[in-house]
Design a protein around this ligand. Structure first.
Ligand SMILES: C[S@@+](CC[C@H](N)C(=O)[O-])C[C@H]1O[C@@H](n2cnc3c(N)ncnc32)[C@H](O)[C@@H]1O
Length: 292
């Protein structure tokens, strides 16, 4: 679906609009289904600097034509389907502000559960050699690096352009205990001994209808979809991990809500123990942990 909305008012630079009249104008042009009220408020807040919480109280406040036009353009792009995170090139992950664009997956809040789990399992001053397979924006690697300053973290991605984004995020956040490698999973990784392997790999089946809907249409296909009904990347990682994990080391894999059993089976076949599938905020299977 690519809806083009080319019937906006042309403003004079001197025109002023109340927030209320602007919202009414947007509502006349775009249905709630295409841009909901929450999103309109986020857009107004980001453009004007007025906090979202105080928009309703300041609904009569006037804003200038340049801001009004910017807000309308962004609402138009959102109506066409562009995710909010790509509109503003920003996503918050575990308290870190990450730059994101169409080169990388938008990190999901559910993935923060993996960071929470690591914080429960490892002491802040622990020394852990960790690898994040398929780092994308760097979300997992950078959140771990920020919390565990002594960890040696390797972050790999097959996508060169994703790594550019991840490295920029590391620089912006002044994080220097992550090294980035372009590699298909472990292929270019020379280090053989890790204490912890983490991955949120692509796991959506190639024929899944969700790939044609919502934000997913704008995210990199190779970050989302995998062959073998979505299991190929998980299979490859589980098969290689025993060669790179020390005895007693941990593997943490994010996966689809209906892939917990398959992942557990694959881990058993590779001799992993203490295999546990964990649920997300919606009580759906989200990630599995196992010990070599
Ligand atoms: C679901 S995204 C996860 C991104 C990030 N870790 C996160 O949680 O937001 C999967 C990532 O795996 C990468 N990827 C896909 N196939 C790969 C492969 N064979 N080797 C390395 N990375 C791969 C994609 O480029 C993408 O960045």
């Amino acid at each position: 679906m690519n809806i083009k909305l080319n019937y906006w008012l042309i403003f004079r630079r001197t025109d002023m609009f109340s927030i209320q009249s602007l919202i009414e104008n947007i509502r006349q042009k775009i249905s709630l289904q295409m841009v909901n009220s929450f999103e309109v408020e986020i857009i107004i807040s980001r453009v004007t600097g007025i906090s979202r919480a105080s928009i309703k109280a300041r609904i009569e406040q006037h804003i200038d034509a340049t801001h009004a036009q910017q807000i309308i353009k962004l609402c138009q792009q959102r109506a066409e389907g562009v995710p909010i995170a790509y509109l503003f090139n920003e996503r918050e992950f575990w308290g870190l502000s990450l730059y994101v664009d169409e080169r990388v997956l938008i990190p999901r809040h559910e993935t923060e559960l993996i960071i929470e789990y690591c914080l429960e399992k490892y002491a802040l001053d622990s020394l852990v050699r960790c690898i994040d397979l398929g780092t994308g924006s760097g979300a997992i690697a950078l959140a771990l690096a920020k919390n565990f300053s002594k960890w040696e973290i390797t972050a790999v991605d097959q996508s060169k352009s994703a790594l550019v984004v991840a490295k920029n995020n590391a620089n912006n956040l002044q994080i220097d205990n992550v090294q980035f490698i372009q590699s298909s999973w472990f292929q270019q990784v020379e280090q053989k001994q890790f204490d912890l392997i983490i991955s949120n790999p692509p796991y959506i089946a190639e024929n899944d209808q969700h790939l044609q809907k919502g934000d997913l249409r704008y995210e990199p296909y190779q970050a989302l979809a995998a062959k073998h009904n979505g299991l190929k990347a998980l299979q490859e990682i589980i098969l290689s991990s025993p060669h790179y994990l020390v005895l007693g080391g941990m593997l943490i894999l994010e996966h689809g809500y209906d892939q917990g059993d398959a992942v557990q089976q694959l881990l058993k076949e590779q001799g992993f123990s203490s295999i546990l599938t964990h649920q997300d905020y919606a009580s759906l299977d989200r990630y599995t942990t196992a010990i070599r």
